[in-house]
Ligand binder design. Structure first.
Ligand SMILES: [Zn+2]
Length: 273
């Protein structure tokens, strides 16, 4: 009897794992219901309590235009997961307690998981500043690459990433300068995607910038904090900004000091922005 019960449990388990809906059927349903709930938000107008200078309600009248669309993402933020497997990351992004997510996750074998529609807001960038953008989650696509933070990225991952970036750049008309790393946006908090990330190769394909092969000497009066700020860095902590810049644009040395070579790279790169 006991053996039969065990057999039944094993059969049920096998059926569940072979279900056409897969192991994420419950979170897929949750996602679907949440997106349906956004329809109510989109249809909502301003609160009744808002009044204009004459005491009239704002708005006094609703007149629907016929010319409008959905707001589009204008930045792409690249991350590493700092986790040990893509399964671990999929789990992290499908439990509510973590409150984190990304639009895409790229596995080591190049497989791409899509987890949030591009037009929706994923919780990937958090607090930070790039230029005057502070709410990066509202205007960007977040791409997480399965990588523990101290290993090279795989060729399969970068090939898939380049295909995905080409699609995103064309679809949403994202400027070349707006492909950046999480550390660029949050230099005080984040180290990703780190010095192993092939920014040069991305720049060769039109995603982000990289310095020219031949560098001019940075002038003696070169104001490097202003150059960093013009690129987009938050320079309120100048050391953190320098390290973030070097992890992205120098990579061979990532210390907090600017060498003559670093200054030359910065002088070259900032003129592209
Ligand atoms: Zn990140």
């Amino acid at each position: 009897m006991k053996r039969r019960t065990l057999y039944l449990i094993l059969c049920l388990f096998a059926l569940a794992s072979c279900s056409p809906k897969g192991p994420y059927a419950v979170t897929n349903k949750y996602y679907s219901n949440k997106t349906k709930g956004f329809v109510k938000t989109i249809e909502k107008q301003l609160p009744d309590s808002l009044r204009d200078s004459t005491g009239m309600q704002i708005p006094s009248e609703w007149v629907g235009t016929v010319n409008f669309g959905i707001r589009k993402p204008n930045y792409v933020i690249i991350h590493f997961t700092a986790q040990d497997s893509v399964q671990q990351t999929l789990h992290t992004f499908t439990v509510t307690s973590t409150q984190t997510s990304a639009h895409y996750v790229i596995a080591k074998n190049g497989k791409v998981f899509h987890m949030v529609n591009d037009y929706l807001r994923a919780n990937h960038a958090g607090l930070g500043k790039w230029g005057s953008v502070t709410d990066m989650n509202s205007c960007s696509i977040g791409i997480e690459i399965d990588n523990n933070g101290s290993e090279p990225f795989t060729d399969a991952q970068i090939s898939s990433l380049l295909a995905l970036l080409a699609q995103l750049k064309t679809t949403y008309n994202i400027p070349q300068a707006n492909f950046i790393g999480h550390q660029d946006f949050a230099p005080k908090r984040k180290p990703d995607p780190g010095p192993f990330f092939p920014w040069k190769r991305l720049a060769q394909h039109g995603f982000g910038y990289w310095s020219d092969d031949i560098l001019e000497l940075a002038p003696d009066n070169f104001d490097y904090p202003i150059a960093l700020r013009l690129i987009g860095y938050d320079t309120s902590d100048i050391k953190a900004a320098v390290v973030a810049f070097k992890q992205h644009f120098v990579q061979t040395d990532i210390g907090p000091q600017l060498t003559q070579l670093d200054l030359n790279v910065l002088y070259n790169v900032y003129q592209k922005y």
